[in-house]
Design a protein around this ligand. Sequence first.
Ligand code: GTP
Ligand code: MG
Length: 224
Amino acid sequence: MAGESAAGELGVPAGVPERREYLFKVLVIGELGVGKTSIIKRYVHQLFSQHYRATIGVDFALKVINWDGKTLVRLQLWDIAGQERFGNMTRVYYKEAVGAFVVFDVTRASTFDAITKWKSDLDSKVFLPSGGPIPAILLANKCDQKKENSMQSPSQMDHFCKENGFVAWFETSAKDNVNIDDAARCLVENILQNSKDFPVEENDVSSVQLEREPLTAESKSLCC
Ligand code: GTP
Ligand code: MG
């Protein structure tokens, strides 16, 4: 590449601050109808629809985050159908993921009860290079519909997260756009921390430093 020098592996000329680009595979899992697709649509496209159309298998979306002046993060979001918990494909879908959102619906207790099953499925099928679990964030979605006592107290939720190995939890609403950006920022912080502890390998497809290229679209969709 023209301008390549000894200053940087990415071909950054001396004196120009090195820019890092990452691609992270992030899973979004949880029971049927909890709002996984809606959260992704809100986060990536700033859209919300009341209309429910169940995801079949898996869908994908890409969110590009200008993390700081020198870091670009591409989040490849894997929107896994709730019905997949009863199928055999999660092992394939989880492969090489570096982070996860596990979602429940605050208006349906049964979806919270299923969280431990999703989390143990996750932790038994995908690992960090250290062998530890990938960072997972618990999302209590549809908080716009929350009724009194419909959810555990914040301290109970903190305790639940500690017990079950979640790095954090957030009340979210895809409808009213509550806390989705904050939850994503928290997950990316954790993933970046892990990628410092375990520098990515050149051919690692889930978490790679990409060639330098101009910043373009804010976000776009991938097709499967
Ligand atoms: P599967 O693909 O079947 O696993 O479901 P999903 O988790 O992707 O759920 P989806 O995003 O399709 O949402 C299911 C229904 O909940 C839809 O009718 C959405 O409009 C609604 N919904 C999702 N998020 C919210 C929210 O934050 N608040 C409210 N009030 N409704 C929501
Ligand atoms: Mg869906």
